[in-house]
Design a protein around this ligand. Structure first.
Ligand SMILES: [Zn+2]
Ligand SMILES: [Zn+2]
Length: 424
C-alpha cells in the first residue's frame, strides 16, 4: 500500500465515474432551473455558530459529527455538514429578502460529517438541494415535493416511496409536548442515555431516536400529527390536495418527526430499498423559524436535500449506471521525428476549433498507435510521414470506411470540421 492514502471516508472520483457525476449535476441543474430555482454557492466552511444555531445544538450532527477547527486567527470554523444553514445565513447577510417576496435557490457541493463510513456514506459527501424562502403557501410545499419526485425519476430511480407528515408549529407542539411527557414519564428510565437527558427539553426527538423508536411505548406514543392546531391541520390537508392534483402519490407517516423548534409543518422523505434496507434518498421540510433564528426577518422557508453518492447507488441498482466513454474524434499520428512539429501544430489547430483530438506521446510503433486510435473511438486518423511533411500535406484516414485521402495541411481544419460535424 502507498505511503500516502486518502483520508478514511473520502473517495477519489476517477474519470470514468466523473462522467456520471457530471451528467447527474448537469441534469439536476437543468431540472432546478426548469422550476425557476437559481443557483447559490456559499462557502464550504462557516463560523461554527452558524451550524450550532442553524442545524441545532442538540442534534447528532452538531454534537458528534462536525469537522470543527480553529484557524490561525483562533476563530472556530466548521466544514459545512449540510447546505441549508449556509444558504439561510447568506440570505440574511446579503439581505436577499429585499428583492422579491419569494426566493428560490438550489445548490450542489461537498459536505462533511465525521460519521462511520459505510456503503454510500462518506465523511466528505456531496449533496444537491433546494430552498424556498418567503412563502408559506402550501402550493410551494407541493412544488418542492414535486421537484424531488421529478428529480429522482429523471435520474433513473424507478421506484421509491414518498412519506409525508406534519410536525406542527410551536403552538400545537406545546400542547403535544405535555401529552407526550405525561405518556413517556413511566418509561423514562428505560430510554437511552441521550433520550433521558433530552427528556424535558425535547421529548419529540425521542420518537425519532434510532435506539428507542421501536420501544413499544415509544412506538405507540401520541403523534404530533393528531394534535395539530387549526392552521397546521389546514396547511397539511392543502399540501395533500395539491399533491393529489399533481398525481404525486405519498403515504402519511406519523412517526416522522423533526425535533427542532424551527422545523415546522410539512416534513417529507423519499425512501428507497434497492441497495438493501430501505433508507432515505432525499428528505426535506418546512423550517419557518430558521430565518429568524439566524438573525433574519420572520420569513417561512422550505427545502430538501439529497446525497449524490446515495443517488448513484440507487441508479446502479435500477440499471441506470452510466460509464463515461473515453473517446476522441481525431487521432493525429506522427511518423518519425520530422513529423512531430507539424503534428503538434495541426493538433493545436484542430482543438482550437473544438474538434476533440489527441496524439500519442510515448513513441509507440504505428500499429500500436492505430490501436490506440481505435480504442479511443476516433473516426479519423491524421497521418504525417516524411513524404507528407515534405509536401506540406497530410493523409486523412476514415477508420470506419478505411478510405484515405491526401490533402494540403492548410485544408485539414476545414475538411475535418465538415466531416466531424456530420455526426452531430
Ligand atoms: Zn400548529
Ligand atoms: Zn433514545
Amino acid at each position: 500500500m502507498s505511503e500516502f492514502a486518502k483520508p478514511r471516508g473520502t473517495a477519489d472520483i476517477l474519470p470514468e465515474q466523473a462522467a456520471e457525476w457530471r451528467a447527474i449535476e448537469d441534469a439536476a441543474r437543468q431540472l432546478f432551473e426548469t422550476y425557476h430555482y437559481r443557483e447559490i454557492r456559499t462557502p464550504i466552511f462557516e463560523h461554527t455558530e452558524v451550524f450550532q444555531r442553524g442545524v441545532g445544538d442538540t442534534t447528532d450532527i452538531v454534537q458528534k459529527e462536525m469537522y470543527t477547527f480553529l484557524d490561525r486567527g483562533e476563530r472556530s470554523l466548521t466544514l459545512r455538514p449540510e447546505g441549508t444553514a449556509g444558504v439561510v445565513r447568506a440570505f440574511v447577510e446579503e439581505k436577499l429578502y429585499g428583492e422579491m417576496n419569494t426566493q428560490k435557490f438550489y445548490y450542489l457541493g461537498p459536505m462533511f460529517r465525521y460519521e462511520k463510513p459505510q456503503a454510500g456514506r462518506y465523511r466528505q459527501f456531496h449533496q444537491y438541494g433546494v430552498e424556498v424562502i418567503g412563502s408559506s403557501d402550501p402550493r410551494v410545499d407541493a412544488e418542492v415535493i414535486g421537484l424531488g419526485d421529478h428529480l429522482l425519476r429523471q435520474m433513473g430511480v424507478k421506484s421509491f416511496s414518498l412519506l409525508l407528515n406534519s410536525v406542527g408549529c410551536p403552538v400545537c407542539r406545546a400542547r403535544h409536548r405535555e401529552q407526550l411527557l405525561a405518556y413517556l414519564q413511566p418509561v423514562r428510565s428505560e430510554l437511552c442515555k441521550d433520550c433521558q437527558s433530552r427528556f424535558d427539553k425535547n421529548p419529540l426527538r425521542i420518537l425519532d431516536c434510532k435506539i428507542d423508536r421501536d420501544h413499544p411505548v415509544v412506538a405507540s406514543a401520541p403523534k404530533i400529527t393528531d394534535a395539530l392546531c387549526e392552521d397546521c391541520a389546514r396547511q397539511f390537508s392543502q399540501v395533500q390536495t395539491y399533491l393529489d392534483e399533481m398525481g404525486i402519490s405519498y403515504e402519511i407517516d406519523k412517526t416522522m418527526v423533526r425535533g427542532l423548534d424551527y422545523y415546522t409543518q410539512t416534513a417529507f422523505e423519499f425512501v428507497e430499498g434497492s441497495i438493501g434496507a430501505v433508507s432515505t434518498i432525499l428528505a426535506g421540510g418546512r423550517y419557518n423559524g430558521l430565518i429568524q433564528m439566524l438573525g433574519g426577518p420572520d420569513l417561512p422557508g422550505i427545502g430538501f436535500a439529497g446525497g449524490v453518492e446515495r443517488l448513484i447507488l440507487a441508479r446502479a441498482a435500477h440499471g441506470a449506471t452510466q460509464v463515461g466513454q473515453d473517446r476522441v474524434d481525431v487521432f493525429v499520428l506522427a511518423l518519425g521525428e520530422i513529423a512531430t512539429k507539424p503534428a503538434a501544430r495541426l493538433l493545436h489547430e484542430l482543438r482550437s476549433v473544438g474538434i476533440k483530438a489527441d496524439s500519442d506521446y510515448s513513441g509507440r510503433k504505428v500499429k500500436a498507435q492505430l490501436k490506440v486510435a481505435d480504442r479511443l473511438g476516433a473516426r479519423y486518423v491524421v497521418l504525417l510521414g516524411e513524404d507528407e511533411v515534405a509536401a506540406g500535406q497530410v493523409a486523412v484516414r476514415n477508420l470506419a470506411t478505411r478510405e484515405q485521402v491526401t490533402i494540403e495541411q492548410s485544408e485539414l481544419v476545414s475538411y475535418l470540421s465538415e466531416q466531424v460535424s456530420l455526426r452531430f
